[in-house]
Design a protein around this ligand. Structure first.
Ligand SMILES: [Zn+2]
Ligand SMILES: [Zn+2]
Length: 309
């Protein structure tokens, strides 16, 4: 059976047109000068990224997607944070181990550095009582799964604050989007600004144990990727990039914890921040984790931007 990583691209695509309220209230920066500057930033970062390689069973092996350039993104009237809606809320739901909770806390820190938006990590909430038609058990594993609609329709809309650019629930429960699916890593509704992602499949499938660094990098990748969709970013097809779709966790592992040059330019334009400052923040984060290779890479990218004439 093919396990698909939905990541809700269809829902996002469907939601784009109906999100004009946010877009019209947007704090979009002036285009031309910034676009030109960011095109130079984009070019300076190219040596640090690998072109997309599609292997058997990968997302792009199963999905037809065409990506989107920085310039196309700018022209697409994307949803942007506004002065009134610029906070990212992370809501843990369920019961978490110490290592899972730590990964969520650090992923929230990373997201703050990555997007340069306020990020609030809410206190844990219990799962609550799930209606019978929104849960099931996969008997051979005795694994309780929760239908994503329970979170997206029943739980999260009630918790959504007015100033939220996005409300992302992270849960330890395994998820499924509908009866014909085996599972899904996560799903979101762009229009409603809410999404849910599971940590369940981030563990080793046999031992159910977590490698601490893998748990953190996978949590970072899943949560950060999804917030990118909240700001109308499409899946990347050009580079091995955080914004590329992924079909399975090993594909996720091959991807960097950073956006490619094209997606970095989009993000810098959308968030209206200095990419150099962002790379300085990401360097600090990696240094704090003791990730020497990642720290060096982030620092090298910052230096490449400093070197732009
Ligand atoms: Zn996605
Ligand atoms: Zn990209």
């Amino acid at each position: 059976m093919r396990f698909l990583y939905i990541m809700a691209i269809a829902l996002f695509a469907a939601g784009c047109g109906s999100n004009s309220e946010i877009a019209s209230n947007s704090a979009a920066p002036g285009k031309d000068a910034r676009v030109e500057k960011l095109e130079r930033v984009r070019d300076s970062l190219k040596p640090f990224f690998e072109p997309m390689e599609v292997r058997d069973g990968d997302w792009l092996d199963t999905q037809k997607e065409f990506g989107e350039t920085f310039e196309e993104y700018v022209r697409s009237n994307p949803t942007l944070p506004t002065p009134k809606r610029r906070k990212i809320y992370i809501q843990p739901i369920g019961t978490f181990s110490h290592e899972q909770r730590n990964a969520i806390k650090l992923a929230a820190e990373y997201m703050k550095a990555f997007y340069d938006l306020p990020v609030e990590l809410n206190a844990d909430r219990p799962l609550g009582s799930v209606p019978r038609d929104k849960m099931r058990k996969i008997e051979y594993k005795n694994n309780l799964q929760i239908r994503t609609a329970y979170f997206l329709e029943d739980v999260l809309p009630k918790l959504l604050e007015d100033d939220a650019a996005a409300l992302i629930a992270l849960t330890n429960y395994d998820l499924y989007p509908g009866d014909t699916w085996a599972f899904v890593f996560g799903q979101a509704t762009f229009k409603d600004r809410v999404g849910v992602w599971s940590l369940y499949r981030l563990a080793d499938p046999i031992t159910r144990k977590y490698d601490p660094k893998l748990l953190l990098t996978r949590t970072i990748k899943v949560a950060t990727h999804e917030v990118g969709h909240m700001f109308s970013m499409k899946h990347c097809t050009k580079y091995e990039c955080l914004m590329a779709g992924t079909n399975h966790v090993l594909e996720t592992d091959r991807r960097p914890i950073d956006n490619c040059p094209e997606c970095t330019a989009k993000l810098s334009w959308a968030m209206n921040y200095e990419p150099l400052k962002r790379y300085e923040r990401l360097t600090e984060f990696c240094k704090k984790q003791g990730w020497l290779d990642e720290e060096k890479l982030m620092r090298d990218k910052a230096n490449a931007i400093r070197g732009i004439k």
